[in-house]
Ligand binder design. Structure first.
Ligand code: APR
Ligand code: PHB
Length: 391
C-alpha cells in the first residue's frame, strides 16, 4: 500500500493531522494499535486554548464543540481558605479558554475521518518505521490479514509518549531533557453538577487539589497523591473526604458529591526530546514532549505541533518547498519550552513537595499572594494560560 503521509497514532495529534491534510487534498493513513472503543473512552485533558479551538474549527471539527464546549473567562486560585479569581479574559484582551474533553475531540475527529471514507486503521500490531533517511520511508505493521507495508513520502510519529517512533531515531541523534516530580495526580470523573462555574486550582498543606468539569452534569476532580500510589488505596469515601478538606473555603462554599464513574492515577513528568525530526520522520504531540497537567498545555501543544506540521506539508506538496519542514522542529520547540516553563512553574507553585521546608512553603504562598494581587503577575499567568500567540 502507498500513501503520501503515514501517521502513527490516532490520538488528537494524528487525527487532526489527517483531517487538515485531507482538507488540503493530501492523502494519509492513520495506524492505531488500540481499538476505536478504547481510544474513544480514554479520559484525558479538557482545556482548549483559543488558538486550538480556531484550528479545530477551521479543520471542520468545531460543530459539536461549539454547541457543547463551555467557554471560560477566568480561573480560581484557592489557598489559605480563600478563593481568588484570575480574570483571564480581562487581562488578555478578551481571550478565553474552552472546556471540552480531549475524548470528545477524538470522537469528533474519528467521525469526520469515517465520513470522509478514510477512517483510522485500528487494532494493528507490530508497528515499525524504516528507511527514514530516504524519500520512501515505510511503515510495517500487522493486521488480521498478516504483515503489511505502507510506503510513504513522509511519516508522522503521533504515537504518544510510549510509542515506537521516537525509539526509531538512531542512537545518539536525540537529546532528552526531563524532570520528574515526587507526586502524581489522582483524577476522578463524577456524576454530579460542578460545584463551581470556573476551574479551581487549590494549594493546601495536605497537597494540591483541583476542581474541573466536563459538562453541566459531570465534574472532573484531581488530588495530588504519591507518585507510585495504588488506586486501591483510594476508596471513594477517602477521595471525597480529601477533596472536601483541600478545597475548603472559609466562607462556607461546599462541594457536592456524586457517583464516581472513573478513577485513575497519572504520574507527573516534564520531558522534551530534541530534535522532533529525523529524515522523513516528524514527531508531534506527546511522542516528543510531555508536560505536567497543571498548566493544561498537553493537548494544546499537540494541536500547535500539528498546525506547524500541516502548514509545512501543505507548502511542500504545493511546490516542493521544504523550508518549513526544515524549520519544523525549531519552530515547535520554541512553544514547547515556553509551555514547559509555565507548566513547571504552575506545578511548583501549587503542589506540596515531600522534602519541603517552612522556607519553601512561605515562598510558595508569597508567590500565590503576588499572582492574585499584582495585575502584572496575574497577567503573566493569564496570557500563558490562554496561550501566547507569539512565543
Ligand atoms: N502504533 C500505533 N499507534 C500507537 C503506537 C504504535 N506503536 N503506540 C501508541 N499508539 C497510539 C496510542 O494508542 C494513542 O492512541 O498513539 C496514540 C497517541 O495518542 P495520545 O497519547 O493521545 O498523544 P497525542 O495525540 O500526542 O495527544 C497528546 O494526549 O496524553 C495526552 O496530555 C496529553 O493532552 C495531550 C494529548
Ligand atoms: C481537566 O479538566 O481534566 C483539566 C483541567 C485543567 C488542568 C488539568 C486538567 O490544568
Amino acid at each position: 500500500m502507498r500513501t503520501q503521509v503515514g501517521i502513527v497514532g490516532a490520538g488528537p495529534a494524528g487525527l487532526l493531522l489527517a483531517q487538515v491534510l485531507h482538507n488540503a487534498g493530501i492523502e494519509s493513513v492513520v495506524l492505531e494499535v488500540r481499538s476505536r472503543e478504547y481510544v474513544e473512552r480514554r479520559i484525558r485533558a479538557g482545556v482548549l486554548e483559543q488558538g486550538s479551538v480556531d484550528l479545530l474549527q477551521s479543520a471542520g471539527l468545531g460543530e459539536r464543540m461549539q454547541r457543547e464546549g463551555l467557554v471560560h473567562h477566568g480561573i480560581e486560585l484557592r489557598f489559605e481558605g480563600e478563593g481568588h479569581r484570575v480574570a483571564m479574559s480581562e487581562l488578555t484582551g478578551g481571550r478565553t479558554i474552552t472546556v471540552y474533553g480531549q475524548t470528545e475531540v477524538v470522537k469528533d475527529a474519528i467521525a469526520a475521518r469515517e465520513q470522509a471514507g478514510c477512517p483510522p486503521l485500528f487494532e494493528v500490531s507490530d508497528v515499525t518505521v524504516a528507511d527514514l533517511e530516504t524519500v520512501r520511508p515505510v511503515i510495517r505493521y500487522r493486521n488480521e490479514d498478516g504483515p503489511q507495508e505502507l510506503q510513504c513520502d513522509v511519516i508522522s510519529g503521533c504515537d504518544g509518549f510510549h510509542g515506537i517512533c521516537r525509539q526509531a531515531f538512531p542512537p545518539g541523534s536525540l537529546t532528552v531533557r526531563e524532570r520528574g516530580y515526587p507526586f502524581g495526580w489522582l483524577g476522578i470523573l463524577a456524576d454530579v453538577a460542578p460545584s463551581t462555574d470556573e476551574l479551581i486550582y487549590a494549594y493546601h498543606e495536605r497537597g494540591f487539589a483541583m476542581h474541573s468539569l466536563r459538562s453541566p452534569t459531570l465534574s472532573r476532580l484531581y488530588l495530588q497523591c504519591e507518585p507510585d500510589d495504588d488506586i486501591a488505596n483510594w476508596p471513594d469515601d477517602r477521595i471525597w473526604e480529601e477533596l472536601h478538606r483541600r478545597l475548603a473555603r472559609n466562607d462556607g462554599w461546599t462541594l457536592a458529591e456524586g457517583t464516581i464513574l472513573e478513577k485513575g492515577i497519572t504520574p507527573m513528568r516534564s520531558f522534551v526530546a530534541e530534535p522532533m525530526r529525523h529524515g522523513q520522520l516528524f514527531l508531534a504531540g506527546d511522542a516528543a514532549h510531555i508536560v505536567p497537567p497543571t498548566g493544561a498545555k498537553g493537548l494544546n501543544l499537540a494541536i500547535a505541533d500539528i498546525r506547524l506540521l500541516s502548514d509545512a506539508l501543505i507548502a511542500f506538496y504545493a511546490d516542493g518547498d521544504r523550508r518549513r519542514l526544515d524549520s519544523y522542529s525549531d519552530d515547535c520547540l520554541r512553544r514547547v519550552w515556553r509551555a514547559q516553563h509555565f507548566s513547571w512553574w504552575m506545578t511548583s507553585m501549587l503542589h506540596r513537595f515531600p522534602d519541603s521546608d517552612p522556607f519553601s512553603e512561605e515562598l510558595q504562598l508569597s508567590q500565590l499572594r503576588y499572582v492574585v494581587s499584582s495585575p502584572a503577575a496575574a497577567t503573566s499567568l493569564a496570557e500563558n494560560y490562554v496561550g501566547l500567540e507569539r512565543v
